[in-house]
Design a protein around this ligand. Structure first.
Ligand SMILES: Cc1cc2nc3c(=O)[nH]c(=O)nc-3n(C[C@H](O)[C@H](O)[C@H](O)COP(=O)(O)O)c2cc1C
Length: 159
């Protein structure tokens, strides 16, 4: 499996998780984390799984991630396994909003269904740090993503 993690990050917390997720998935194939501001973020040649991560800001994704979602060629994303995560405050979602939920919703409107529900990881303050245990939880989430993809391949082979 070849995974691309595209992230935005103002203070480095989401970047840290993006790197941890990519490192976890390197056990199963190629995986790299790339900032949404780098040109490689739209290079999807050979990519099987695309993971989008960004901080929740003002209840929504950052402008760079929103712009990526607005400008994608839907066809080129349709065959990808896609998942979304965000970082935000550890409060009820109706208070904080969630960039990941918004990203997943935008994808669904384009007819693209993420392979897992959107996930949030928590920071203790705007600048961070990540709450205790959140990096380990992101590693487990990455493993679950891998299991989900492996499961869908098994089902396809069994048909
Ligand atoms: C301008 C701004 C708006 C924010 N709005 C929200 C918000 O609506 N909900 C929330 O839970 N956190 C909010 N936060 C906190 C961010 O989610 C937090 O800074 C982010 O998770 C840190 O990730 P980063 O280090 O990758 O930038 C906001 C932070 C900033 C700077």
């Amino acid at each position: 499996m070849n995974t691309l993690v595209v992230y935005d990050s103002q203070f480095g917390n989401t970047q840290r998780l993006a790197n941890a997720i990519a490192q976890t998935l390197r056990e199963y194939g190629a995986a790299r984390a790339v900032s949404v501001n780098q040109p490689e973020s739209t290079e999807l040649e050979g990519v099987d799984m695309l993971i989008l991560g960004c901080p929740t800001q003002g209840w929504r994704p950052t402008p760079a991630i929103a712009s990526l979602l607005e400008n994608i060629a839907t066809e080129s994303w349709r065959d990808l396994k896609i998942a979304c995560f965000d970082t935000r405050f550890h409060k009820p979602r109706w208070l904080t909003g969630s960039a990941a939920v918004r990203m997943a919703h935008a994808l669904q409107l384009m007819g693209i269904a993420p392979i897992m529900p959107p996930e949030s990881f928590f920071v203790t303050e705007s600048h961070g740090p990540l709450a205790s245990g959140e990096e380990a939880r992101a590693v487990r989430w990455a493993q679950q993503l891998h299991e989900k993809v492996a499961e869908s391949h098994t089902l396809l082979l069994a048909r």
